[in-house]
Design a protein around this ligand. Structure first.
Ligand code: ZN
Length: 468
């Protein structure tokens, strides 16, 4: 009897010791998960990941609420199990004071094309296509959006399967955990993890149609929902073929694109899809101009870009053919010969490229300068990047610290004689700055820091070298 009791005590001790050891490990794992998906931010002043007391509990409660668990704030086994479930690779950023759907952007047209670049061998070509076709139906049923598959050329929404490789700046993680990721409008990138077992109408594996419908939701502009039953919830909750959209999904897509049209207008075969026409460099409005990389001049307009040289312009190509992840209708583009980086701004985001390769972690939100910048250029004199908006400008040091509290300053302090609200700007190799507005451009002398006398000139005849 005594012997048995001793044995029991020993067992209890062993069990307790092992649960303490694993819970410390589990705690660190949970913190890593919460950081990875945007619940916890890395404190700038703390290197060893110590968070203020109660912070981890606070965000655990949010995670538990979003994933349909009792919001205890305790790292219990159900919460850990939820963190091991397959999920979407995008972070869980929610609205601060509202449970509502979150919006990441929108398309300025309602008919979108899509292209499937490769297929999962688990389903084969025909069933992969059917799954994605059916995934679009969830969204076209409750909105005026229409989707059309194309087999060649550039499409608005681009699907592909890749694994833990270099084909995407964000590699996948093998089977399980992250299933897919996507970019918001107007990028249209949707990637599936090729290491998953993709299935259709089965109770095992990952249901391609449901995961595709979720990622299409991102591609159309919806972020993650705080409702566990919603299609846009972050964790794959085992939704199967017969699931329906949650009211939060429907309200979100209708907030972006409106309700379905009662009589959808029938398009004649062969009629062109609006918004996809190739611009004429002699007439098009310019969104941004950039010198470099490779000391080449690039003009951006809508979805297109074309290089300009001393001998004139060349044929426009889709922006995504050169900078794969970039959306169209950019606000500004600037290349820095100091760091070799190119920056592209649109809305409240910035994309940074080394050559034609997107840097890790981009696009990022603009935090120190306002959204919807007019133009940007590199100043050879100050070795800084200048952002312009309206009558103001901000000067940014890429390498050293910048005190943004003294900005914006008026453009008049930078150079005299320019009316403000530029549409594009760049510094030419000789150090002169060219500023564009509508159909006119001005040259700022590097010697006088003022607009030269014979300007403005017409973009079309003088700069693009088009015949009148
Ligand atoms: Zn997602």
């Amino acid at each position: 009897m005594e012997h048995r009791l001793e044995h029991t005590i020993l067992l209890v001790l062993l069990t307790t010791a092992s649960s303490i050891a694993s819970s410390r490990e589990e705690f660190m794992e949970a913190v890593a998960y919460l950081r990875n998906y945007g619940y916890l931010h890395v404190p700038l002043d703390i290197r060893d990941q110590n968070y203020p007391p109660g912070k981890v509990e606070e965000v655990l409660r949010v995670f538990q609420k979003v994933t349909g668990l009792p919001p205890s704030g305790n790292l219990n086994s159900a919460t850990l199990a939820m963190m091991h479930k397959p999920r979407c690779g995008l972070g869980d950023t929610f609205n601060n004071n509202s449970l509502r759907y979150r919006v990441m952007g929108y398309w300025r047209k309602k008919t979108l094309t899509y292209r499937i670049n490769n297929y999962t061998p688990d389903l084969g070509q025909a069933r992969t296509r059917l799954a994605i076709h059916n995934a679009f139906k969830y969204w076209s049923n409750v909105s005026p959006l229409r989707f059309r598959e194309v087999q060649q050329g550039t499409a608005d929404i681009k699907f592909s399967f890749h694994r833990q490789d270099k084909t995407c700046p964000v590699p996948f993680d093998g089977r399980g955990y992250v299933l897919a990721h996507a970019d918001g409008p107007e990028s249209g990138i949707v990637h599936f993890d090729a290491d998953e077992l993709w299935t259709e109408g089965k109770d095992y594996g990952s249901n391609l149609m449901v995961v595709a419908a979720h990622e299409i939701g991102h591609a159309l502009g919806l972020g993650h929902s705080q409702y566990y039953g919603a299609l846009m919830g972050p964790v794959d909750n085992g939704l199967r073929s017969n699931f329906r959209l949650h009211p939060d999904d429907i309200q979100g897509i209708q907030a972006l694109y409106g309700k379905p049209e009662k009589h959808s207008p029938s398009r004649h075969p062969g009629q062109s899809v609006p918004g996809r026409s190739i611009p004429d460099p002699c007439k098009a409005a310019m969104d941004a101009i950039m010198l470099g990389p490779l000391q080449k001049m690039y003009v951006f307009s809508g979805q297109y870009v074309w290089p300009v040289s001393d001998t004139g312009h060349s044929t426009p190509a889709p922006i995504s053919a050169l900078w794969k992840e970039l959306p169209g209708n950019l606000d500004a583009a600037v290349h820095s010969p100091r760091t070799g980086k190119s920056y592209f701004l649109k809305g409240d985001k910035v994309w940074r490229y080394a050559g034609f390769k997107l840097d890790r972690g981009f696009p990022r939100p603009l935090t120190t300068i306002p959204s919807n910048i007019d133009a940007a250029f590199y100043s050879i004199q100050s070795k800084k990047i200048i952002f312009m908006k309206g009558a103001g400008y901000w000067q940014w040091d890429e390498i050293g610290p910048t005190d943004f509290s003294s900005y914006p300053k008026t453009i008049g302090h930078l150079f005299h004689g320019f009316p403000g609200n530029p549409s594009a700007a760049f510094t030419w190799l000789d150090g002169h700055i060219y500023v564009f507005k509508g159909t006119w451009y001005w040259r700022v002398s590097k010697h006088s820091q003022a607009v030269e006398k014979s300007f403005p000139r017409g973009v079309k005849t003088h700069w693009m070298q088009c015949d009148d």
